[in-house]
Design a protein around this ligand. Structure first.
Ligand code: MEZ
Length: 590
């Protein structure tokens, strides 16, 4: 969908040259509207041509990144290959996307000033003009997927490979959703990677532990599908080119089941890169800045498509025989969280800014049943006062949790609900992770936390204790007794089953942590075929859902590492079934 942009009466070249935004800066440098927008001055919602022109003039992200010696480099971030226009705006204030989650105080050119009102007026005039004059456009696809996070990509790739024409829509300026931020890995039982390391595991154990972790409130049929198809899910990822060869243990399980890239790199950025490449290779139509505002259905309640609000194209319709809702959860939505769990409203969220729950509302409006909405997961370890998640894999790699008295207070690998509750009981409702050199080396993400300034280090436990402000003798005794538990393979005090490494020098590290909102377990009810279930208890015909937008898989508490499994297992089922459904309902011409 294209909208003709102006150097027009609505926004003249003269106005552009006065603007303090990039349009003005470009004009002053004799760069015309057409130089950025192309001859036709058309701009699609994904801003494809604009971004191509940015790269032609300024270079690729990689080239721009190489010009900076800074550790924190906005052109080389965990968000991967993103559009330049994600941060740099021609006709509005530019803003570094990093600043939504981090507080780097990152400066960006053309942050805008007094001319802002002019540009705002122009944007409003243009969209009003369009809405009055133009008839709403209609396109068609076999399958529309709402939300380009992990589940959305997996569903799109699967539906495409089964022969469907797919359009994948993302309301945010970048794809990846919460999957992009996933630090830990993907849980899967009895995989070839586990077998290669002689790790004994079994889907039946995964079912048992997932149910126990979810306080037996999960839908047991969904959990069976999750566990018994988890090994296939890892093979599917490997077939796309992902590296899931490293293994670590997450909370609440008896085996090293969390698969991740070698060296312990964060799983999310790696997977999203693989997904983006696979979607591009297949020429799947992926559109950012494209928000679904309505799921359309006929008089019988059968889904017929979606209405989309494009950043530039405004409202339009895509007719489709099947719609897959993979729009994610709502842990970034303060209002919705406050509504369901007022006590969590002020808690920091680890989620990307787009995790605001519209997918649940869209489905509910056409009759979907919604369950467990008040079940909001608090992750025990977010970095102090930040929105940065300190991965559970840090504890899985051997780190311990201590309180302000320098003492352990919980089995670090218990389930998240219990670990968070234990931290909330400590003075200041916060704690410290303590680790040594081997643990740091085993998990490359810790180096990232060091770069972010979240880690304190010292050559001795006593030195570390003094930096943390905790009693040195108590911390030294805690570390000593933990190391003895490692030697004895027995942790009498907290019954931690897996102690993979000692806490040993030459350097010792601590990270101050507080619990924060991480995952919403509730959402749209689905069955084992990933069909959305209505309030009447029957499937909403043509509507499928997968990932965090759904409820039931994780019960009242999700196990670390099960979210990616959910997105891959149910994303695949949704994609395959949507493609099958459209084939069954496509009338062949004689
Ligand atoms: O599944 C998760 O949420 C996870 C493993 C997070 C993490 O702590 O790394």
């Amino acid at each position: 969908m294209f909208l003709l942009l102006a150097c027009s009466p609505a926004f003249s070249a003269d106005q552009a040259s006065k603007s303090t935004f990039l349009s003005g800066i470009h004009k002053k440098n004799q760069i015309s509207c057409a130089d950025c927008h192309g001859k036709s001055l058309a701009v699609n919602d994904s801003e494809t041509a604009l971004n191509k022109n940015c790269v032609e003039c300024h270079g690729t992200l990689e080239k721009l990144a190489s010009k900076s010696k800074e550790h924190i480099n906005p052109h080389n971030s965990h968000l991967g290959e993103v559009n330049c226009t994600t941060c740099h705006k021609g006709h509005g204030p530019s803003k570094a996307y990093c600043n939504y989650c981090h507080s780097f105080g990152m400066k960006i050119p053309a942050m805008g000033s007094a001319e802002q009102s002019n540009d705002k007026k122009w944007t409003q005039e243009t969209s009003q003009k369009k809405s009055k004059k133009e008839k709403m456009k209609t396109e068609s696809a076999d399958v529309v997927v709402i939300g380009a996070g992990g589940a959305g990509y997996v569903a799109s790739i699967t539906a495409h490979d089964a022969g469907a024409k797919v359009i994948l829509l993302e309301k945010m300026p970048i794809t990846g959703g919460n999957s992009m931020l996933a630090a830990g890995g993907i849980n899967a039982a009895a995989t070839r990677f586990q077998k290669a390391r002689s790790i004994q595991d079994d889907p039946a154990e995964m079912v048992k532990e997932t149910m126990k972790g979810g306080r037996e409130k999960n839908d047991p049929e969904l959990v069976k599908v999750l566990a018994y198809r988890s090994s296939d899910a890892v093979d599917f990822l490997a077939s796309l080119g992902a590296d899931m060869t490293d293994l670590v243990r997450s909370g609440g399980v008896h085996a090293d089941r969390t698969h991740r890239p070698v060296g312990g790199a964060a799983v999310g950025p790696h997977l999203v890169k693989v997904y983006r490449e696979n979607a591009a290779k297949r020429k799947i139509d992926v559109r950012v800045n494209s928000e679904v505002v309505k799921i359309l259905s006929d008089n019988n309640g059968t889904v017929t498509g979606v209405q989309v609000k494009g950043k530039h194209s405004g409202l339009y319709t895509i007719k489709a025989k099947a719609v897959i809702d993979t729009a994610g959860g709502f842990a970034a939505n303060n209002e919705l969280v406050g509504f369901y769990k007022p006590q969590f409203k002020e808690t920091a969220s680890s989620n990307q800014p787009g995790a605001t729950g519209e997918g649940v509302v869209l489905a509910e409006k056409i009759g979907a049943k919604v369950i467990d909405m008040e079940q909001i997961q608090i992750h025990p370890t977010m970095g102090g006062e930040t929105k940065v998640l300190i991965s559970e894999t840090v504890r899985g790699s051997g780190a311990i949790l201590v309180n302000h008295a320098g003492k352990r207070f919980v089995n670090e690998l218990t389930t998240r609900d219990k670990a968070s509750a234990a931290i909330f009981e400590q003075p200041d409702k916060s704690a410290f992770l303590i680790l040594g050199e081997d643990i740091r080396k085993s998990n490359v993400q810790i180096d990232g936390y060091i770069v972010l300034g979240l880690v304190q280090e010292s050559d001795s436990i006593e030195g570390l204790a003094s930096k943390m402000g905790v009693p040195a003798a108590a911390l030294a005794a805690t570390v000593d007794s933990y190391n003895k538990a490692f030697d004895a393979k027995n942790d009498p005090e907290f019954k931690r089953q897996d102690i993979p490494r000692k806490i040993a020098g030459p350097k010792y590290y601590s990270i101050w942590v507080k619990p924060g909102r991480h995952h919403t377990m509730g959402g749209v009810k689905i069955n084992t075929e990933a069909q959305v279930i209505s309030t009447k208890g029957t499937p909403v015909v043509g509507l499928y859902a997968a990932g965090e937008v759904t409820g039931g898989v994780h019960g009242w508490n999700r196990l670390g590492g099960n979210a990616i499994t959910d997105t891959v297992v149910f994303g695949r089922i949704a994609g395959a079934n949507a493609a099958k459904f459209i084939k069954q309902h496509t009338v062949k011409k004689p």
